[in-house]
Design a binder for this molecule. Structure first.
Ligand SMILES: Cc1cc2nc3c(=O)[nH]c(=O)nc-3n(C[C@H](O)[C@H](O)[C@H](O)COP(=O)(O)OP(=O)(O)OC[C@H]3O[C@@H](n4cnc5c(N)ncnc54)[C@H](O)[C@@H]3O)c2cc1C
Length: 331
């Protein structure tokens, strides 16, 4: 019997494994694919938004094992590849107990403990930490004509801009992901960026979710030069194949429509337990990271939304110890 099973081998799950390891807690991390799976699936050219240099490190899982100390890591912003390598190295250096390629199908109560069911059998533990991510599944807006439309795809499927050379592409969304791919696409195709209102920039709003870093200045300039066309005056009423119908009644044809409309959290089903969730399916938690409705079920990483900064590593890494201590106290 494990003391704790952690579901998810992303940054959040690995950090918990490290905390439990340091405190002689018997734990096991179950990861459905490979360590750092969410970052492995992001587009290859991606550069992180969180800086990582001595003194301002928003990326490392702990400041004692910083990513910037590894030879060859890009600074001040590591690349996606740097980060995946760092996560793998973090797991190896700390000898973390991670079982990869083990998707958790469900979690259920088993007397006073938990039974975590996977394809290859069941694992038992006294407590469960779900660290399956806030950015777990693509979010599609409720606009008619999206479902089954071959001209519409989600940012999650965007690999690189060469597939769109010479095409007319509409990017829908006003966040960093939309800005990044619109900039990348603008070098090879005719790109229109559709937002629901004015663009929001970090330097003006102080909100880390708004467009920031390199994208902020470059996007402003590309729009100013009309290299990227920015449309915000009329909402989208629907899609008819390759044609976008605007509320104004106007319509426009595109070769591809890319929805950079965000992601939603996800976690495996908890049988016979109610997991109360708030906005956008984010689990409601106590100050110690425990589900408000299912005793013994804890949330970690970006899924434990103590505050909005927990969407990012530097936000949730500061909360992890508090959650781990809640569990230590009960063992
Ligand atoms: C495009 C994009 C760029 C981002 N850039 C940054 C950035 O620069 N800096 C930053 O701090 N944050 C960034 N984020 C936010 C980032 O996603 C989080 O900081 C980080 O990934 C959260 O870690 P996590 O462990 O909570 O979740 P994840 O990294 O999503 O890890 C969850 C893990 O759980 C696994 N899993 C899911 N379901 C199961 C299951 N049923 N069984 C077993 N395993 C399962 C997944 O395979 C995955 O490995 C970005 C997000 C996106 C979408």
């Amino acid at each position: 019997m494990n003391d704790v099973i952690i579901v998810g081998g992303g940054p959040g799950g690995l950090l918990f494994g490290h905390l439990f390891q340091q405190n002689d807690v018997k734990y096991l991390i179950l990861e459905k694919e490979s360590i750092g799976n969410s970052f492995r699936k992001m587009r290859p050219n991606m550069v992180l938004l969180s800086p990582a240099i001595p003194g301002t490190d928003w990326t490392s899982l702990t400041l004692k094992q910083p990513i910037w100390a590894i030879d060859g890591v890009s600074k001040p912003y590591p690349t996606r590849d740097d980060f995946v390598c760092y996560l793998e190295r973090f797991a190896v250096d700390n000898a973390l107990d991670v079982k990869e390629h083990t998707p958790v199908e469900s979690v259920q109560r088993d007397g006073g403990s938990f039974k975590v069911v996977c394809g290859d059998g069941a694992y038992h533990s006294k407590y469960v930490v779900l660290a399956t991510g806030f950015y777990a599944k693509p979010r599609y807006p409720g606009i008619p004509g999206i479902e089954g439309n071959p001209y519409v795809t989600h940012y999650a499927n965007f690999f690189g801009c060469m597939a769109y050379q010479g095409k007319k592409v509409l990017v829908v969304g006003g966040g960093n992901s939309a800005a990044e791919i619109a900039i990348e696409l603008s070098g090879v195709c005719d790109v229109t960026l559709k937002t629901r209102g004015p663009l929001r920039f970090f330097s003006e709003t102080d909100d880390l979710g708004d467009i920031r870093g390199f994208s902020e200045s470059v996007l402003k300039e590309l729009i100013r030069f009309n290299i990227i066309k920015h449309v915000m005056d009329s909402d989208i009423r629907g899609f008819e194949g390759d044609t976008v119908i605007f509320e104004s009644g106007k319509s426009k044809r595109f070769d591809k429509i890319i929805l950079a409309t965000g992601f939603l959290p996800d976690f495996p089903p908890l049988k016979d337990m109610e997991i109360k969730c708030g906005n956008n399916g984010v689990p409601l938690i106590t100050k110690g990271g425990e589900s408000v409705s299912a005793e013994g079920v804890f949330f970690g990483g970006s899924l434990a939304m103590f505050h909005s900064r927990c969407r990012f590593i530097h936000g949730f890494r500061n909360e992890a110890e508090k959650v781990a201590w809640k569990i230590f106290d009960r063992l």
